[in-house]
Design a protein around this ligand. Structure first.
Ligand SMILES: [Fe+2]
Length: 349
């Protein structure tokens, strides 16, 4: 069973779950119905984002299925909630943590609903909302890593709330420093570093949260070798959730487009994070991270060690379909993950 966006539905696919009318829950299409053009038009008209279908071999049709770990509407909801939360903290108002917890539960339901979900870097970038987008991205990545590490539902919920609030201390950081379109001066960097402790103090004093959550704001910049801040903690003294949030935080930050920084390609960002384990990042956490972070996005062009040039047409946790666009067997589609003898030698585009 797989979940696919409505704009990728094709005639012949079989529904794996019924489609209900949004207004009153009446079944519009039953499970196991084969989708025809007329049904597909109706589904699109009714504004459904995704449908569940029985496993479908996308290699036959080159269907580029989209498996995003967060629905567009949930992302929007999360962004607006983070905007409100940051401003409440700034104005010294207590935050509504229940709403945030409900959102995390919804996000978890989705993430845990399909074991093929992989984190594909978002193409939606906005300088104005960077901190909010970043918080949501870190939350999704952290929960995906946590799910691979075997955390239970309750633990994942606490991890999710910790991750979405990890940078809340930035509500108190000078906006001009946070959005400075250039490298920070040493004194400015010291001011940014205060956000870890300030986030901890804010969360501890203004909410009735599990003690873990403020501690994750405090610890997410600590590193295994003691080179992090604010306390320079080493491996054993860093909470396992902070190790997860640290990896998620760095990956999301590296792959984001900022005013002063071109985004790093996810393949290179993953390689960089791996090269910093176990010195900076916890090895087992990084091992799980590499299972849920997609190194490529659809449309990437890669040169392989056999001199083939391929384009990525589909990616999930266990499958990366590529189509040969030059070299031997032009037009062939194969799963790159099942060809361990082939190395990617160059990211062409
Ligand atoms: Fe941070």
């Amino acid at each position: 069973m797989q979940i696919i966006p409505t704009d990728a539905i094709k005639p012949g696919m079989i529904l794996a779950k019924p489609i209900y009318r949004k207004t009153d829950g009446v079944v519009l299409l039953q499970e196991n119905v084969e989708l025809r053009e007329s049904y597909i038009d109706k589904i699109k008209q009714l504004d459904y984002d995704y449908v569940w279908i029985h496993d479908y071999d996308s290699s036959e049709t080159e269907t580029a299925e989209l498996l995003e770990p967060i629905k567009a509407e949930t992302r929007e909801k999360a962004l607006s909630m983070m905007r409100i939360t940051f401003s409440q903290f700034k104005q010294h108002v207590s935050i509504n943590i229940e709403k945030l917890q409900t959102l995390i539960k919804d996000m978890l339901n989705y993430i845990l609903g399909d074991s093929r979900i992989v984190y594909i870097i978002s193409q939606i970038r906005s300088y104005d909302h960077y901190t909010f987008l970043h918080s949501v991205d870190v939350c999704v990545i952290a929960m995906l890593i946590g799910s691979i590490m075997g955390l239970n539902r309750n633990q994942l919920e606490i991890l999710g709330v910790s991750a979405i609030l990890h940078d809340i201390g930035k509500a108190l950081t000078d906006f001009r420093i946070l959005n400075k379109p250039a490298k920070l001066k040493p004194d400015e960097y010291e001011k940014v570093k205060l956000h870890a402790r300030e986030g901890y103090e804010l969360l501890k004093s203004r909410t009735s949260l599990s003690f873990v959550i403020p501690h994750m704001a405090l610890q997410h910049h600590e590193r295994e070798d003691g080179s992090g801040y604010p306390r320079g903690l080493t491996g054993k003294r860093i909470h396992p959730y902070a190790k997860i949030i640290a990896v998620a935080d760095v990956f999301a930050a590296m792959t984001a487009e900022r005013i002063y920084q071109r985004p790093v390609h996810p393949f290179l960002a993953i390689r960089e994070i791996c090269s910093n384990a176990p010195t900076k990042f916890h090895q087992a956490t990084v091992d799980c991270f590499t299972k849920i972070a997609a190194p490529y996005v659809r449309g990437d062009i890669l040169r392989l060690s056999n001199n083939q040039t391929v384009t990525v047409t589909y990616i999930s946790r266990n499958k990366c379909l590529v189509k040969v666009i030059s070299g031997v067997n032009e037009g062939e589609i194969f799963d790159l993950y099942r060809r361990p003898e082939l190395a990617v030698t160059q990211l062409v585009k």
